[in-house]
Design a protein around this ligand. Structure first.
Ligand code: UD1
Ligand code: UDP
Length: 376
């Protein structure tokens, strides 16, 4: 009899990072792979899924405008539980650290369904940063049976929390699978063609969305961009705006009338990959973008105070700059003025986040799990 695996996804990064896993599981005839979308995101989730040609079997459509964490948690908890009761999964796979991740793990735990956590073991060590993601991932890992850690560092975090080594599998990060495939397939449109950016102009790609940056930190980020536009008269900024109105209102207010700032809606994944490749550097508070930048060997100035991805910083492509205006300006100008330092950054070794085979490994470990369930 086939084993039923429910893969739960709710937001854009979960869709992108679970897509390779879903596709690898679907290749295995011993599995019935069921995709459950919570709809924590609407457009951004559909956009990511459609690029990988994946359709959700069920979408709970929970998203509300300016939704609260309570709303997401309660709707995901109840909604996923109802689907588990109907579909009777042998394993639930969740990804990362969103509120979908936590809610879907809790409802599985209440039914004694084993949980596999993809991208397990990331820790910033501070419950406020990122908020609420650090709590989501710690709590999810308390309920997890199979830990798919992207790096040895993530594995060490789990070992230090007394997770049994037999339950931890270091796989690399599945975002590298998605990215490598997209790059190899040569998909996506160049930002020059899409937005008429002069071919010689240096481009800075910027994304920002984190909850802990709402308010003053996000305003600081925007003020830093204003200063940079003044000091770097040839540079263009490409800013694909997150759908969150709380974020886009501030960014539009501060940068809406500036020359050489191009706003777009969230880009299709391959177009975003092209934009990363075309950029001189990236300013971002995104988790996934830090990992992708290391593979593409692009400097990314991480607009956070701490990171749960020390590998990106050790690699050199990730530079932690916080949300202080002066610091963002200073570090950006430094990379524009110091060519040797920039050249050293872009000649870094291979990405510490894996080689693009994470999904296949996860599929094998899941298969082993079903063959030797008594070992766990
Ligand atoms: C969520 C995750 C965050 C992840 C991010 C990826 C939580 C608490 N946060 O943050 O960990 O890094 O996704 O992008 O799980 N909206 C739309 N359309 C969309 C998506 C969002 O209109 O397709 C708007 C809605 O008004 C929604 C708001 O954005 O209420 C916020 O969405 P939410 O999922 O709560 O938070 P994110 O900031 O997107
Ligand atoms: N991304 C995208 N289009 C965009 C911006 C980002 O496809 O306009 C991709 C990006 O390549 C990465 C993921 O979305 O794979 C990151 O998502 P986000 O920054 O929303 O979430 P986080 O990684 O911070 O949780």
């Amino acid at each position: 009899m086939k084993r039923t695996i429910i893969c739960v996804i709710g937001t854009r990064p979960e869709a992108i990072k679970m897509a390779p896993v879903i596709l690898a599981l679907k290749e295995n005839p011993a599995f019935r792979t069921f995709v459950l979308a919570t709809g924590q995101h609407t457009d951004m989730l559909d956009q990511a899924l459609s690029f990988f040609d994946i359709k959700a079997d069920v979408n709970l459509h929970i998203m509300k405008d300016r939704q609260t964490l309570d709303h997401i948690t309660s709707r995901v908890l109840v909604g996923t539980g109802e689907i588990y009761d109907k579909e009777k999964p042998d394993l639930v796979l969740v990804h990362g650290d969103t509120t979908t991740t936590l809610g879907a793990s809790m409802s599985a735990f209440y039914r004694k369904i084993p949980v596999g956590h993809v991208e397990a073991g990331l820790r910033s060590g501070n419950l406020d940063q990122p908020f609420p993601e650090e709590a989501n991932r710690i709590l999810t890992d308390r309920l997890t049976t199979l830990f798919f850690a992207p790096t040895n560092n993530a594995k060490d975090n789990l070992l230090s929390e007394k997770v049994a080594e037999t339950q931890i599998f270091v796989t690399g990060n599945t975002v590298i699978d998605a990215l490598a495939w997209t790059v190899n397939e040569k998909r996506g449109n160049s930002p020059e063609r899409m937005y008429s950016i002069p071919s010689q102009a240096p481009l800075i790609l910027m994304t920002a969305h984190r909850r802990e940056s709402w308010g003053k930190p996000l305003e600081n980020i925007c003020e830093a961009v204003q200063v940079l536009l003044e000091k770097l008269p040839d540079v263009y900024f490409l800013i694909p705006l997150h759908k969150n109105p709380t974020v886009r209102e501030v960014i539009k207010k501060f940068l809406g009338n500036m020359d050489r700032v191009i706003f777009t809606e969230p880009l299709d994944y391959p177009d975003f990959v092209q934009a990363m490749k075309r950029s001189y550097l990236i300013l971002s508070d995104s988790g996934g973008v830090q990992e992708e930048a290391s593979y593409l060997k692009k400097p990314v100035l991480i607009m956070r105070n701490i990171s749960e991805r020390p590998e990106a910083i050790d690699h050199g492509t990730g530079i932690l700059v916080g949300t202080d205006k002066e610091r963002i300006v200073k570090e950006t100008l430094r990379l524009f003025s110091n060519g040797t330092e920039y050249d050293n950054l872009i000649k870094r070794s291979e990405s510490p986040f894996g080689d693009g085979t994470a999904a296949k490994k996860i599929e094998c470990y899941v298969s082993n799990f079903f063959n030797q369930t008594s070992a766990f």
